[in-house]
Design a protein around this ligand. Sequence first.
Ligand code: RIB
Length: 308
Amino acid sequence: MPDRIPLLIDTDPGVDDAWALLMAFASPAHRLLGLTVTAGNVGLDHTVRNALKLCEVAGVELPVFPGCPVPLVHPAGDAAYVHGRDGFGDTGYLPPARPAEAEHAALAMIRLSRAHPGLLLVCLGPLTNLALALRLDPGLPARIGRLVVMGGAVTGQGNTSVSAEFNIGFDPEAAHVVFEAFESFDLVDWEAVLRHGLPHDEVERWFAEGGPKAAFYAAISRRTREWSEDRRGQLWHCADGLAMLAALEPEAVTGWARRPVAVETGGRLARGATIVDWGNRSGRPARARILEGVDPARFHHWLRLALA
Ligand code: RIB
């Protein structure tokens, strides 16, 4: 069997993060190095506890590294209205038995990139931890084989404001630092997520087919699915799951568009927007490889594999 790909995931679990993490746990081709955790969907205390709990439910022993509790510069609101106050549907689950690591997420990123040069880094939440790591070690990008980011809204159709997607909007300064530091990165944006919705009734059938992981996930996602059905109708959207598919199985991606992308960090109307130079007018480097689509069958396969 070929060597497994070393994989590090930065995450703010969060209900869709959880499905993406279960996908990664199920991948035979990847060797998970750990989870670095940031605030975002909910506060850091909850996101760390949720990461530990998910590992426990999935039966995986992974180091969980707490990261930044707040954005780099300006405060930002969470997404508890989507994910529940605790980020996992407020089910009142028994606290995880295992504690988090003492090492900060940013330092863990640097150390693990030195121990595993060429690793795959997947960022499912705000980019605060990675930005901090880059400020501590500007040589970090050279040791990252591939960076996949869930974030942005490439034609300005945001979900946390008119034009900003949540992960970028939570910490625009961090996103700017990251987007300027990597010569190339893969971007899975909110609008691509909207093009790959999941019928609620099909998702419920998948839960019914699964085992204990599926039952846990059905419980923690119930509130989010009900909220989504009320707000967005018959399709549910797993943003982080789409990004994780692109990371774990790039062959499932049906198209990419490489363009310059900048992050609006000021502005009255569009702070957090990802400004894509679709016409290549700026002459700036086209660092972002923007996902255009995936094979839905492969997406559904991984989502179900994650619950098996
Ligand atoms: O905009 C979707 C993103 O924001 C996902 O990563 C979700 O978990 C939230 O953090």
